[in-house]
Design a protein around this ligand. Structure first.
Ligand SMILES: [Zn+2]
Ligand SMILES: [Zn+2]
Length: 280
């Protein structure tokens, strides 16, 4: 498994791949624009070329984008949904331009109206979001089981593929903290085998392209999304070793989104070192 970090550009897009490589990252995830606002970042072809060169020079491959947190694809709030579609169009286009493989996104909430009721809106949102770009994947991230969230189970992810008739640019990200929180036992060899078999039968394992490798502050089925540093949570070193060395996951990326040793700066070299020590 390729191992890497979520990293902030800190206003220096071109310097970002080298900073990630210094931590030991082999793959990176980043926001393409400020995650707390709707305003897209404009990328010129020249800037994109410089970024691609910096990625190659740092030995980073692949690059992943994470969507801003404000998006909601099944919400009955039409203004928010239209903004979500536009922002996703822009981010997928930026991914194509900058050479990112895909854009990982949370799907938002159905606001208590029920998942089934949101499916037609989700279909419309994804169809239009994908229409303005050519290549990059739109990657649905499993949610942590919180009330109203879309994508709390493999069944809810599968239903979105079904309504999109298996669109070739849709894929899935499994966050280890979210999956555990949603009730999936990924820590044991038998539990992980069961989870992957279920994923394969409902969705197809070829659609699983990236993992978020996060330990969890809360235990199985807690339905709470709180990430912990590698080895310090309920997944622990044994659980994470089991996950990153599973033969069916050998070809995909694993990206850290942990709080960091100081509890606030995000993924760091220490967490990368811990992960790499677990890789067999
Ligand atoms: Zn996420
Ligand atoms: Zn999370």
């Amino acid at each position: 498994m390729k191992l890497g970090v979520h990293i902030s550009t800190s206003g220096d897009l071109i310097g970002t791949p080298a900073r990630a490589a210094e931590m030991g990252a082999e793959t990176i995830q980043m926001f393409a624009s400020n995650p707390r606002g709707w305003r897209p970042t404009k990328y010129t072809p020249k800037k994109a070329q410089e970024f691609r060169a910096a990625v190659a020079a740092a030995g980073i491959d692949p690059v992943w984008f994470h969507m801003i947190y404000l998006v909601s694809f099944g919400t009955p709030d039409e203004e928010q949904r239209e903004k979500s579609i536009l922002a996703t169009q822009q981010t997928l286009a930026a991914a194509d331009l900058l050479g990112a493989t895909g854009v990982i996104t949370h799907m938002g909430s159905h606001k208590g109206l029920g998942f089934e009721q949101a499916l037609e809106r989700i279909k419309d949102s994804y169809t239009r979001a994908l229409a303005e770009s050519e290549k990059s994947l739109l990657i649905m991230e499993i949610a942590a089981g919180q009330g109203g969230a879309i994508g709390n189970s493999l069944e809810e992810l599968a239903a979105q593929f079904d309504v999109m008739k298996g669109h070739p640019r849709l894929a899935v990200c499994i966050d280890t903290c979210h999956a555990l929180s949603a009730g999936y036992e990924l820590r044991t060899p038998e539990g992980l085998d069961d989870f992957l078999a279920k994923f394969d039968s409902l969705i197809g394992l070829d659609r699983l392209v990236v993992l978020h490798l996060n330990d969890s502050k809360n235990d199985l089925g807690a339905k709470i999304d709180r990430h912990e540093n590698i080895g310090e949570g309920t997944i622990g070193y044994d659980g994470m070793r089991n996950i990153i060395n599973h033969p069916k996951l050998a070809h995909i990326s694993g990206v850290l989104e942990v709080p960091g040793m100081d509890g606030k700066s995000g993924p760091d070299k220490e967490n990368m070192d811990r992960l790499k020590a677990l890789r067999q």
